[in-house]
Design a protein. Structure first.
Length: 219
């Protein structure tokens, strides 16, 4: 299942908050068979086949659209995905760090959103370009994804390189896992997305992980 050339239909809403205009993009169709939960050290997302495509498209868009807030409404959807000992369900918001949008204002922004307008996003042939992972260990490297959980939402914020560093894992989940699961239905297919960076002060800047696993009941 190739991401290149795939069309992702979305809904675009706008709102003005504190003297600034914002654009919020959501998938046009409800995301089914997906569940995102807070867990110790980050969050866990269990996703069926269609939901992994939504995540990959949203991930690419967040990297390439620095003026947009990409919102995946997951919390209100009933799903048979997810574990038995998970904590509170969450929505997912992806945004570029240059937008400077405080997560604490999300509830107010949602309440002001305009009626949505349909839009279509077409992914390029090479969705996520190759990256030099060795750069992560260079002194002064700052392209990490940051995260915060508030208002029952997981916010992931970063630069385009930060999203692209983790993009290969997201791509593999959507493109490669279908073939693996077709050959061996019991295979555990997942993406482990690093959030935050190592710090000598972990309480101030904790590292975490978004663990995304294929929900094989809906594959």
């Amino acid at each position: 299942m190739q991401l290149g050339g795939r069309e992702w239909r979305t809904l675009v809403s706008t709102a003005r908050l504190d003297g600034r205009d914002y654009r919020v993009i959501r998938p046009a169709r409800p995301i089914t068979h997906a569940a995102l939960y807070e867990r110790r050290g980050g969050a866990q997302l269990s996703a069926g086949k269609a939901a992994t495509l939504d995540l990959a498209c949203a991930w690419w868009l967040a990297a390439r659209s620095p003026h947009s807030i990409v919102h995946l409404p997951l919390r209100s959807r009933e799903s048979s995905c997810g574990g038995e000992h998970e904590e509170r369900p969450l929505d997912l918001v992806l945004l570029h760090h240059s937008l400077g949008f405080p997560a604490s204002r999300w509830k107010r922004l949602r309440a002001r959103l305009s009626a949505p307008a349909p839009h279509k996003v077409t992914l390029p042939p090479r969705t996520f370009p190759p990256v030099d992972y060795a750069r992560r260990w260079h002194q002064g490297f700052r392209d990490h994804l940051n995260w915060k959980i508030t208002t029952d939402t997981l916010f992931i914020t970063g630069s385009r390189p930060a999203y692209e560093f983790e993009g290969e894992a997201v791509r593999a989940l959507a493109e490669d896992c279908p073939a693996h699961l077709a050959e061996e239905p019991g295979t555990h297919c997942c993406a482990e997305i690093s959030l935050g960076s190592w710090s000598p002060y972990p309480r101030r800047n904790p590292m975490a992980q978004l663990h995304v696993e294929c929900c094989t009941r809906h594959w």
